[in-house]
Design a protein around this ligand. Structure first.
Ligand SMILES: [Zn+2]
Length: 271
């Protein structure tokens, strides 16, 4: 962990990269910002931390299980999760997340030409408007209650995840860096003028977990609009239909039961 403290007191911000080992943008952005932040920081404290160093070395999403589903009490976790490498990482990260005012967790996706978007609850909307994304999705605290951002919200901070785009595209790293600038500028921790943007707000309300497996009928770009009853894929031999009109997110082919196959979101009115 790399921590910078200004002489003047102020917010405590955690910037997290590499929670998933195949998503290098956050780690690279942290490497860059770590070299320039000491001369920029006016107030408060910024901690840069790497989520899953072993998985990053191997360029895998995780070693034993998804780190971003382990942030809660031990009783909510399975014996396999408690025996995992990722559990040891969650144990290190939890006190840091519990003590911060704001978390910015930087991620990317495998799908080509993916748009950037923010995941946060309404407590993060103001800060989100300083991030390089035109879409903000809430509702994940309910769908992914064991994720980093949900844990920070539970502990009284503001948890924000920035999906920066496609793994390894240069624009994805740029957005990760812009995201760090945006959060620190919004909190007046650096002297940088960033104009907040008007964003489209969605709410994710549904997650499909597999009974056996999931094979999508096609590849779906993030936020593909579907109507109720649209065939999305198959689970075993059964068709999987869209349960309501909405926008598809995080569609993954799955090989086992109880895996997260896709999320469905709806538009929410602007404030
Ligand atoms: Zn990720």
């Amino acid at each position: 962990m790399l921590t910078f403290r200004a002489k003047q007191q102020g917010p405590k911000v955690v910037i997290l990269g590499g929670v998933h080992g195949d998503e290098p943008c956050g780690v690279e952005a942290i490497g860059y910002m770590g070299t320039i932040l000491p001369s920029l920081l006016l107030q408060g404290e910024v901690a840069f931390e790497i989520g899953n160093p072993q998985a990053l070395l191997l360029r895998k999403r995780f070693i034993d299980c998804n780190l971003n589903r382990l942030f809660r009490g031990d009783s909510t976790l399975t014996p396999k999760e408690r025996a995992s490498y990722e559990y040891t990482r969650a144990k290190v990260l939890k006190p840091l997340l519990a003590s911060c005012d704001v978390l910015l967790d930087l991620h990317s996706v495998h799908e080509p030409n993916a748009p950037s978007f923010v995941i946060c609850e309404p407590n993060g909307y103001d800060l989100a408007s300083y991030l390089p994304a035109s879409i903000v999705v809430s509702g994940f605290d309910k769908l992914h209650p064991l994720a980093t951002d949900a844990y920070v919200n539970l502990c009284g901070g503001i948890g924000i995840c920035l999906e920066c785009g496609t793994h390894d595209e240069p624009s994805t790293l740029q957005r990760a860096i812009q995201g760090i600038y945006g959060i620190l500028a919004a909190l007046h921790m650096i002297d940088e003028q960033i104009t907040p943007r008007t964003q489209q707000h969605l709410k994710a309300t549904y997650i499909y977990k597999t009974r056996h497996n999931f094979m999508p009928v096609q590849s779906f770009a993030e936020f593909t609009s579907v109507t109720k009853g649209t065939l999305l894929g198959t689970d075993g031999n059964a068709p999987v239909l869209a349960p309501f009109d909405g926008l598809l997110m995080f569609v993954y082919q799955c090989e086992k039961a109880e895996q997260e196959a896709f999320v469905l979101a709806k538009h929410v009115p602007l404030r």
